[in-house]
Structure formats: structure tokens, C-alpha cells
Design a protein around this ligand. Sequence first.
Ligand SMILES: Cc1cc2nc3c(=O)[nH]c(=O)nc-3n(C[C@H](O)[C@H](O)[C@H](O)COP(=O)(O)OP(=O)(O)OC[C@H]3O[C@@H](n4cnc5c(N)ncnc54)[C@H](O)[C@@H]3O)c2cc1C
Length: 444
Amino acid sequence: MKIIIIGSGLAGLSAGYKLCKSNEIVIFEKDAEIGGMAASYCQDCTGKKYFIEKYYHHIFRSDSELLDLIRELGLEDQMLWLKGKNAYFVDGKNYPMNTPAEILRFKPLSFMDLVKLGLLVFRIKLIGDTTSYDRIKAKDWILDTAGKSVYENFFAPLMKSKFGGNAENVSAAWLIGRVKIRSDRGKEGEKLGYLRGGFNSLVEALAREITAQGGRILQNKAITEIVIKDNAVQGVVADGDFIPCDAVISTVEPGVLDTLTKDRLGTLHETLRSIRYQGTACALIGLDKGLMGDGNYWLNIKADVPFGAVIEHTNFMPFEDYGEHLVYVTSYFQDESDILWVKKEEEVLDSYLKGLEKMFPNFKRTDVRWAKLFRRMDTAPVYEQGYLQKVLPFAPGPSGLYLAGMFSPTNYPERSMNGSVKAGFESANFFTTKEGKCEVCWLD
Ligand SMILES: Cc1cc2nc3c(=O)[nH]c(=O)nc-3n(C[C@H](O)[C@H](O)[C@H](O)COP(=O)(O)OP(=O)(O)OC[C@H]3O[C@@H](n4cnc5c(N)ncnc54)[C@H](O)[C@@H]3O)c2cc1C
């Protein structure tokens, strides 16, 4: 069976990996590199070649499908569990946020507010099913349960840096999912997972397995149409050529899928158009000296700077792996009119460096060896109130068309590498019987 996969992110590669033994797989990728949002930048200006993700990435202990895949691909030896120190920068001061004792010293909240925050986190940990919280706005729920001060002084700046102008519309279900995963830390703080050599090793290993089975991954090849006739997929169009196939797995964002299917998904058309995605403008900076001397990996920020977080990768992974200090400076943005999208790369980088100068008196531009800006418009769905109704099915209707990606049920109420790996596997399940053989006939 010939299956075309649109997109070489983790959803597309995972689907291809599962299907390549019994099917002819062709993956089309519009970009020059594979990996989608988990793609890496290859840096070798120090003479020490290494890969580093364009956008900061780590994994959690609960990412079971991803961890199983890492094991299956023989990458377990590269897996590290490390402490990543967190802090919150508020009004010019750094507050460590790693342990309950540190959180109790967070001055912007009174003792009573801290008790309310603690009770809220405890309550969140007891919530199993988040379905009913999808209809409630996170803001309203925090105001009702923990009060104005906890909302304004703790959650609002974090939600603003994550969702910008859409922060007040985000659902309580998203907040609960997020807090659950980030509050899973013992007395000593949370440990995060990372692959030594970067997640490039995972992307490359998947691509190797697919091509070893005869699958093809075509880079710089955008699909411009998914051809559907009589409610069945016929093929795709790339570079003006029609390429026939038996099935298509699309991993592209909903708005793009709507364009590719040219209104042929019936009632799903409105849903595809209504799912909002947000962009990310993430600078990766190579430095002579470390930036955060207190050893912080992750710094959330409430300050008048054009970014919401600073992530010092070499305060997490050993400096020796890279031979230089690596720092991400990042912000989400909501639409194409945002200056982070409109401005030239040098201008955005300059505004970020100015922000760093303001926040870190010891930081000097002469410490910067190199800086790159990575930005994309389609980096996360906005999990607003009522989003659950918009989560896309794996099989949306037309015979032979499957969907897997950040918009899938496995990525609700927060998207992740694990969620996309799982989505890729789920879409592949439609093609296999219990014996692992391809079941062609029932698709038609
Ligand atoms: C800043 C940032 C930080 C993150 N940090 C973490 C983290 O710490 N931990 C974690 O688990 N997850 C993290 N994520 C999320 C994670 O990277 C994603 O959830 C996951 O990689 C998405 O994979 P995907 O395959 O679903 O989508 P994508 O990676 O977006 O893949 C879709 C692919 O489709 C391609 N495509 C689009 N249109 C076409 C077309 N017309 N033709 C051909 N190809 C096309 C795209 O170029 C892309 O390669 C982060 C994401 C960002 C942006």
C-alpha cells in the first residue's frame, strides 16, 4: 500500500516508522530539514560540531510512548535525567521556584496567598478527568478558587507570556494539565529528561529506520493539495505534479489542511478554520560566559522586556558537550501582525539582547559569539475555552485520509513530543491488523 505522509515532524516520522515495514512510505517535508518543531541546528563554529534544538526541548517521566520509542531505537544510553533549576523573575528580583520551601519564599505573594496557591496545586493534583474544566476559563477558575492576588501576581504573567493577548481565554483544562506536569517534583526539585546529542538523534534514528525499509523522505517538497474524489483520497499534488496513493496521513496544522483539502472535508471545514495557532520567536545564543550565574535552567519573566522566558541550556546539560554557553531567549506571539514576526531577524535579536542587558547587569554583548532567531507561526494550538470540541479525529471522513499532530486527542490539553509520537502511532494503527499486516480492503 502506498501511503503519503505530509510533514516530517515527530508525528509524521513516528507514523512512517510504524508503517514502513509493510507499506511504501513517502514523506513530504516543505522545509529543508526534517524534524519539524523538534528539528535541530548544527553548530560547528567552535570546531566542535554539535546539534542543538532550534527550540528548547526536554521530556517528562510521564512521556511513556516517547521513552519506549527511545528504548526501541537503541538510544537509551543517551537518555539523561537532570535537575533543571527554575526561577521566576519579578520586578527585578529572581525567586527560585524548585522546592516547596523556595516557593514559600516567593515575596510577591503574602503568606495567605501562598497557602491558597498550595491548596490550588493540591486540588489540581486530585483532578482526574479535565473534560468539565474545558468550558471554564483558567482566569475565572483561579479567581474563584485562589483569589485575585494569586491570579495577578503569580498566574497572569505566566499565562501572558505563554498566550499573549489570548491568555484570558485559555481554559482551566489547559492550566490543570500544565500544573500537574510541572508540579510533579519531590523535595529536591524536578528532574527533566534529555537525549545526550540532542533530540536530533531521535529524528535521525527514525529517518534511518524508514529509509532502511525503502521509505523515502523528500525535503523541500511542499504538498499543495490533497486530492479527494467521491469522498476518497486519490493522491496529492507537489510541484504541480499529481502523485497517486492509497492513503494520506496529514500532520500539518488545521488551517493548512483546510487549504490543502479545498473545502472537501464538509462540516470539519469550520472547525479547521476556527482552531487558532500561535507562533514562537526563539533566539538561540552562543556565549563566552554563562548568563545566569545562579545555575538556573529556566527563568520565567515578569518584566518590561520583549520575551517571556530565558532558558540556559548549558545550566542543564554539561558545558563540555558544547564548548560554549547556550541560551534560548523566547516569546510566543499570536498573529502575523506581531512585531516579533514582522521585524527583521537582526531587529528582533537586537531587542532581545537589549532585554538581556536590562535584566542581567553582568551580561555584555561582547560575550555573544553568535545568535540565531528561529520563528514559526504554527507552534502550538491556543487551548482556549471550548477547545475540546475542536480536537480533530484521526479519521476525519474521506476514505484513506488520516490526521495526526498537535491537534490530535493525544495532544490535549497540551501539545508535546510524546503527544505527537502517540498521534503518529494511533494513525498507523488504522492500517494494521493484530498480526501487524496491512489491511487494505476495509479502507475503501
Ligand atoms: C518553543 C517550543 C518548545 C517546545 N518544547 C517542548 C518540550 O520541552 N517538550 C516537548 O515534549 N515538546 C515541546 N515542544 C512541542 C513539540 O516540539 C511538538 O509538540 C512536536 O514536535 C510536534 O510534532 P508534529 O509532528 O505534530 O508537528 P510539527 O513538528 O510541526 O511537524 C509538522 C511538519 O509538517 C511540515 N509541513 C507543513 N506544511 C507542509 C506542507 N504543505 N507540505 C509538506 N510539509 C509540510 C512542517 O514543515 C513540519 O515539519 C516545543 C515546541 C516549541 C515550539
